[in-house]
Write a protein of this length. Structure first.
Lengths: 417, 91
């Protein structure tokens, strides 16, 4: 159904009893042109762009649980395009532009809020690094402003400006950055893709690949039977290595746990998304009033979807350094998601050495902001068999050739990215 | 998660630093590019019981070999890594 002010009024007049399901919970057919493994944001976005941009509508999205039950429902909902390296800069801006038109494209309110993202700096060296990143963004047509201390004080007077060890000196601001309602992003893509004929199949776990005599993937074995496929795309985040293993592939990926946190609701305090530059702490405030925040990954391999206390302590210390007055705000909830940490901290969107199998992985803990862009370029790859120009550097073989995209310069140590 | 260090006893996780899978072994100098690529970049990324290298920086500063389940975080064994004073604990 089409959502509008009229549909809302009609539903209101009938006591909100006649809303239809926003997407179809499909049962699997025997065969699809494209099967996408993973019903998260990236998988559903891929299906929608395949149907809407590339005219491929005989598509299934297979999800082992319920859609959005993985990292799409476990992030801190931040969207931004403030990346500095060739390969990343253009891609994340493509994604940012897709965020800006998403709600109109999908006919779904994803609560995209361009409230601004500010990265605070605390030293001269960090200011210089942020100035350079901001200049890189501006050269590429992306908005960026370097704020001095007076401008930060005016924008966020509640910060602790007396921190002698890590004094706030200013910040790099991207006004077009912000947040989006993560579940609504999942439901919006499901709604729009389903409307174009895409089958969204839940509780359908892939247990193996069907290969022909030449080794080409021609389908998948699932917990709901065999499903044939012209092409198979993987968008399974933290489970990438496990699914790839079924096709005999080893990936340059480690799975790590990232925690996120929500405080009890407080009155409006934080006007934007902000990050503490002297540690790792990022925070925004939800419309319900809770502070939504996070920090580093725990640092050890994990598939457990839960973390440990040292990182929680470290994250809260970052928050306290910036805003000592939140010390008496109680933590409401905490959760963990499994990140597909790649060896250079950047994603992989490429064909695999197995014919018919395509890979979308390695998002580390930055996958949410990439959701529309990832879907768009992965759909391009699946439809055309050539990479989209903005994703051409996200190659699987870059670890062999040396064309790494290492934004943090940490080398092949995934728990440091 | 708490780790029972063979030298220091049971300690909280914050004292330890993680290196990763203990299985990859540095290839010989003449092993060729494929072996080095595999060693540096490719991972089994095991979902289950894994042997790992941890460093007890907040304690004895010894390297440890920890056997841990990545699905549950359960630790089944902690041994000194080769050369890390192994003889002192009779390992």
């Amino acid at each position: 159904m089409k959502y509008s002010i009229f549909s809302l009024a009609r539903a209101a007049l009938s006591g909100h009893k006649n809303w239809q399901r926003t997407w179809r919970d499909a049962t699997p057919k025997d065969r699809y042109d494209v099967v996408i493994i993973g019903g998260g944001g990236h998988g559903l976005a891929t299906a929608w762009f395949l149907a809407s941009e590339y005219g491929i509508r005989n598509v299934a999205v297979l999800e082992k649980g319920w859609i959005g039950s993985g990292n799409a429902g476990r992030n801190t909902t931040i969207i931004r395009s403030n990346y500095g390296l060739p390969g990343n800069t253009g891609f994340y801006e493509l994604s940012m532009k897709l965020w800006e038109r998403m709600e109109q494209d999908l006919n779904y309110n994803a609560m995209v809020s361009q409230r601004g993202v500010i990265n605070l700096y605390h030293s001269d060296a960090q200011r210089d690094a942020y100035a350079r990143r901001g200049n890189t963004m501006r050269i590429n047509g992306i908005d960026a402003e370097l704020l001095d201390l007076a401008a930060v004080k005016k924008m966020m007077p509640f910060l602790n400006f007396d921190n002698a060890r890590f004094p706030v000196q200013g910040g790099l601001l991207q006004r077009r950055g912000g947040t989006a309602r993560h579940d609504a992003v999942v439901w919006g893509y499901a709604h729009a893709a389903s409307g174009l004929g895409v089958d969204i199949i839940q509780n359908c776990e892939v247990t193996g690949f069907v290969r022909d005599a030449n080794g080409k993937v021609t389908g998948v074995e699932t917990s709901r039977g065999r499903i044939g496929a012209g092409k198979v795309g993987m968008a399974v985040a933290g489970s990438s290595s496990r699914v790839a293993d079924m096709a005999g592939l080893r990936l340059p990926i480690e799975s790590h746990v990232l925690q996120a946190f929500v405080s009890e609701a407080i009155k409006p305090l934080i006007p934007n998304v902000m990050t503490f530059g002297a540690g790792h702490f990022y925070v925004s405030q939800s419309d319900k009033g809770g502070l939504v925040f996070g920090g580093d990954i725990d640092g050890y391999n994990s598939y457990a979807q839960r973390g440990n206390l040292p990182v929680m302590e470290d994250v809260c210390e970052g928050g306290m350094a910036l805003m000592p007055m939140i010390g008496r705000v109680r933590l409401l909830r905490q959760w963990g998601g499994i990140m597909d940490m790649s060896m250079d901290g950047s994603p992989i969107i490429d064909k695999t050495p197995v014919d018919g199998l395509y890979l979308n992985a390695g998002w580390c803990y930055g996958g949410f902001k990439a959701t529309p862009g990832s879907g768009f370029v992965f759909a391009h790859l699946l439809a055309r068999d050539t990479p989209h120009e903005e994703a051409a550097r996200f190659r699987l073989d870059r670890f062999r050739t040396g064309a790494m995209i290492d934004e943090k310069g940490q080398g092949a140590q995934p728990n440091l990215h | 998660m708490r780790i029972v260090c063979p030298f220091c006893g049971e300690r909280e996780l914050g004292e330890f630093t993680y290196l990763g899978d203990a299985k990859p072994v540095r290839p010989a100098a003449d092993a060729g590019e494929d072996a080095v690529y595999d060693y540096v970049y490719l991972r089994d990324n095991i979902a289950g019981v894994m042997s790992e290298n941890w460093y007890h920086g907040g304690g004895c500063r010894a390297w440890l070999k920890v056997t841990r389940n990545t699905l549950t975080h359960e630790i089944s064994a902690v041994e000194p890594a080769a050369g890390a004073g192994a003889a002192k604990v009779g390992a």
